[in-house]
Design a protein around this ligand. Structure first.
Ligand code: DAH
Length: 357
């Protein structure tokens, strides 16, 4: 019995893994294990012999079993330690906390406008911010010496002396994207063009860089009535009100004929704007039927096609919708301002759940 004990305790101590340990268990105390077979022989012994051998065998079996259990736990610990060495995590690293970044109101409003016009079947078009004179002015029926050129406070790109090519400008409006889209895609066409524009002007409501979104719809029988309906849908959806009254005021833009500036009915209560009610009118955009010369410049035959266009200041409607008093603050990168007026970064505007929620 001492031999058996030394043999199995030795094997258990040397077992390299749980499989080896299991083999030892089977050969020692399994059904046909050496110790189990010895216990069966107890029946053949005399009562005196059994009195000595019985307790001794039982003690041996217990000892082997607890050695097996202890070794098994030790192997499991060792395996866990091995894993912990490779899969560690430094829990003392500082946590991320609340995401600090927010969506700038201009990006937010730009996405809102894109989402709602997408719903009306308009796709998004883009153009360069450094634009040539022809796309920015001539093609839009603003010839050289036209007063509109002077009024736009245009930034001209530097030209070396003696370089007589027509000038490039920082685009003064998003309207040149109309021309590019017509030339690229022809008619019919339904696009909006959001983007940066530039004019040399600076005060509470003007910054040298600001944002516009242009709209353009061209088809065989597009009329002012379509323009009016689209703008009403736009204003209602954008300001998230059920009803809104628009006022079309005759105006003049070189690129549209007839042209209209559009006001919305509103009230100012303690400086708080309410859209759709009250006795005030607020100008929000310029619009009209695309001038035949502009269609021609875009390679579209005005005998077959007609359309409407409009231009809205994104910063302006952002200020109105979200009660932001000073345009210049948009571009100050002041963290306190950004946290106050910024939007949660994972909320994509969509019409179904409400644009700004
Ligand atoms: N381009 C004009 C501006 O920047 C805005 C505008 C007015 C655009 C009327 C249009 C339009 O498309 O039809 O002042």
């Amino acid at each position: 019995m001492d031999d058996l004990k030394a043999k199995y305790l030795g094997q258990i101590a040397d077992a390299a893994d749980e499989n080896a340990l299991e083999d030892i268990r089977v050969s020692a105390v399994g059904k046909k294990g050496e110790i189990s077979l010895k216990m069966r022989e107890l029946g053949k012994m005399t009562p005196e012999e059994r009195q000595v051998a019985g307790p001794a065998l039982n003690a041996l079996k217990d000892e082997v079993n607890s050695a097996l259990a202890a070794k098994k736990a030790g192997l499991a610990d060792a395996a866990l330690n091995e894993r912990l060495k490779t899969e560690w995590l430094d829990v003392t690293l500082p946590g991320r906390g609340r995401p600090a970044g927010t969506i700038h109101p201009i990006s937010q409003v730009s996405q809102e406008v894109q989402a709602l016009f997408a719903d009306l079947g308009f796709s998004v078009a883009e153009g360069p911010q450094v634009e040539d004179d022809w796309h920015n002015f001539d093609a839009l029926n603003i010839p050289a010496h036209h007063p509109a050129r002077g009024e736009m406070d245009t930034f001209y790109m530097h030209r070396a002396e003696g370089d007589n090519r027509p000038p490039h400008v920082l685009r003064t409006h998003t309207s040149p994207v109309q021309i590019r889209s017509m030339l690229d895609h022809g008619a019919p066409l339904r696009i909006i063009c959001p983007g940066r524009v530039y004019r040399a002007d600076y005060d509470q409501t003007h910054t040298p860089m600001f944002h516009q979104v242009e709209g353009l719809a061209i088809d065989k029988d597009i009329s002012m009535a379509n323009l009016k309906w689209v703008l009403e849908e736009f204003v209602k959806a954008f300001f998230e009100v059920d009803d809104v009254e628009l006022r079309f005021r005759a105006s003049h833009f070189p690129f549209t004929e007839p042209s209209a500036e559009v006001d919305i009915r509103c009230s100012w209560d303690n400086g708080q704007l309410k859209v759709g009610e009250g006795d005030d009118w607020l100008e929000i955009l310029g619009s009209g039927m695309v001038h035949p010369k502009v269609l021609e410049a875009g390679g579209i035959d005005p005998a077959d096609w007609q359309g409407f266009a409009f231009g809205v200041g994104i910063d302006r409607i952002a200020m109105l919708k979200y009660g932001i008093p000073d345009l210049r603050a948009f571009f100050d990168s002041d963290l306190r301002w950004l946290r106050n007026y910024g939007f949660a970064s994972l909320d994509q505007p969509n019409l179904a759940s409400g644009l700004s929620r």
